[in-house]
Design a protein around this ligand. Structure first.
Ligand code: ADP
Length: 518
């Protein structure tokens, strides 16, 4: 049995991907030193990243917030249950044809009230994406649909940069719903429309929709646009610098966005209980000219296409950070430690991996060299990724029992379980980097990140890979650009354990919101 475990630990991690998986997923896994399954060279037993104990990268229940009509319905329910004060971040929406009468009532009320300018509306098919089938209108005679749609108030006063509309693609990773553990990604994509915003031409998709899938076909996409540049994307870092130049408190904006994320995920209630899943969501957030963030929609499969170098920068690091968040680095290190322990113990190592001892070298990220090509998003790699965590966990747990704890390896293992908090000097230096266009953020802006880590996460040796978790474990406050946003304090942590207490969580969020108000 000892030999079998040793052999298993020393096996390279072999993944297998569906043919539709974006190239960048393959590249990231290869960059991490994993091996791709080769039908000709290997047999099925070598494929060790898809097993019954694998983690999946979707929760079936997530559809409650990722389909436009379900999202509208669940947010409405939360509004009813917990008050509209917290839940007024989503534009009023009607599900058609079911809500037709309600919509007509609202539409007529607006038209009849004197002195009030009638709203603009946007009609979106509930299960389409990438801006397909969208219609913006003001007069009901222009409303046509032939499938289930939502008719939503159109935010007609968006924040414009040099006259262009933009929205944010925010990445959110839920590593567990039970207990609820939410990370938002500090870096992300600002997506621009490529023609100037103009309410007198509602059918110009290049002026009103910010989807890259649409704008990349626009005549202005490749052209240099004053104040924006070429293409249709910025990074969050660049946007943050831009806001700070104009004296906007981006930290407050960021806190509001995080509240939206938490409150939206709570709308999934009853929260999924599956412990073998995680989810990477793409939240679309529109900011209006009063700096109020609005939730437009939640994507369960955010695009991993690489349309430009900004995509490559953001999405490659994102994928690496997702794998890190799922504890892969720790598990790799853990594996290596086991190997080192086995070797030190003089046992036979049947399948050597090159003999690197973890006492000398901790496995890390490999340098990325290639720019990936565009492909559609898929789940298999991350699914596989999470799968191997469990596999390795099972094996290392078994072998760990064979060896006494007080060895060099065990001390190293403890170190591996310590948090990776960058030293302050390093973190500050990172913030001092100038954005691409040479903006120099004001000094105060350089001092903070968008998201301060919750200070209740007093990290200690109990912060270990989740598979070794016990009830006292606290979630890791930051992994790469992922920052823990829930739980955000001790009370929220307690309320998310042993059956999520939504009411108490909402109470804590209300307290937080009232503190955040200027
Ligand atoms: P899809 O899933 O087709 O991308 P979205 O709901 O994300 O649908 O809408 C596509 C784009 O339309 C958004 O990125 C945004 O630019 C614009 N949009 C959608 N809803 C609104 C709204 N209520 N107000 C203003 N703009 C909107």
């Amino acid at each position: 049995a000892g030999d079998y475990n040793t052999r298993e630990i020393l096996r390279p991690l072999v993944f297998r991907l569906h043919e539709n998986v974006p190239e960048i997923v393959r590249e990231v896994l290869l960059e991490r030193g994993w091996t791709e399954f080769d039908k000709k060279e290997q047999d099925d037993a070598d494929w060790n990243l898809v097993k019954p104990w694998q983690r999946l990268n979707h929760y079936p229940e997530a559809v409650r917030i990722t389909r436009k009509d379900y999202l509208a319905r669940h947010l409405k329910r939360m509004k009813g249950a917990y008050g509209s004060a917290l839940y007024e971040f989503s534009p009023v929406a009607f599900i058609m044809p079911n809500d037709y009468v309600k919509f007509i009532a609202e539409y007529s009320k607006e038209r009849q009230s004197l002195g009030r300018r009638p709203s603009y509306w946007i009609c979106k098919p509930v299960d389409l994406s990438r801006g397909r089938g969208i219609l913006i209108f003001r007069d009901i005679k222009d409303l046509v649909y032939d499938c289930t749609v939502i008719v939503q108030k159109y935010i007609s006063n968006p924040l414009l940069i040099s006259g262009y509309k933009m929205d944010l693609r925010l990445y959110v990773c839920v590593t567990s719903f039970c207990p609820l553990t939410i990370y938002t990604y500090e870096e992300g994509l600002v997506r621009f429309a490529t023609e100037k915003f103009d309410l007198s031409s509602l059918d110009n998709v290049y002026a009103h929709l910010t989807n890259t899938s649409i704008n990349k076909y626009g005549a202005s996409y490749k052209k240099y646009k004053e104040g924006i540049g070429c293409g249709c994307k910025w990074t969050f870092s660049k946007f943050r610098s831009y806001l700070r130049i104009f004296g906007v408190d981006d930290v407050v904006l960021w806190q509001k966005i995080n509240n939206i994320v938490i409150l939206t995920l709570l709308a999934l209630n009853p929260l999924p209980v599956a412990s073998n899943c995680f989810e990477l969501f793409g939240f679309d957030i529109l900011i209006d000219d009063k700096f109020k963030p609005w939730l437009l929609e939640v994507n369960y499969s955010p695009a991993l296409c690489l349309d430009c170098s900004i995509d490559d920068t953001v999405k490659r690091k994102l994928l690496h950070d997702v794998v890190e968040l799922l504890n892969y680095k720790q598990i790799d290190a853990f594996r290596q430690n086991q190997v080192a322990g086995i070797k030190a113990d003089g046992r036979r190592v049947p399948w050597s991996t090159g003999g690197k001892s973890a006492t000398k070298e901790t496995p890390g990220l490999l340098t990325c060299q290639k720019v990936a090509k565009c492909a559609s998003a898929s789940s298999a790699a991350l699914q596989a990724a999470r799968g191997s965590i469990c596999k390795v966990a099972t094996l290392t747990k078994k072998t760990a029992r064979v060896y006494p704890r007080k060895t060099l390896t065990s001390q190293l293992r403890e170190k591996m379980n310590m948090p990776k908090i960058p030293p302050p000097a390093k973190a500050e230096a990172k913030n001092k980097q100038l954005p691409e266009d040479g903006y120099s953020p004001p000094k105060s802006a350089q001092l903070s990140r968008w998201l301060p880590s919750p200070d209740f996460c007093n990290y200690n040796l109990t912060a270990r890979p989740y598979f070794l978790s016990d009830n006292d474990q606290r979630p890791i406050p930051r992994v790469g650009n992922f920052v823990l946003v829930f739980p955000f304090n001790e009370a929220a942590l307690q309320a998310s354990r042993n059956g999520t207490d939504i009411k108490s969580i909402i109470k804590e969020i209300s307290k937080l919101v009232s503190k955040q108000l200027p």
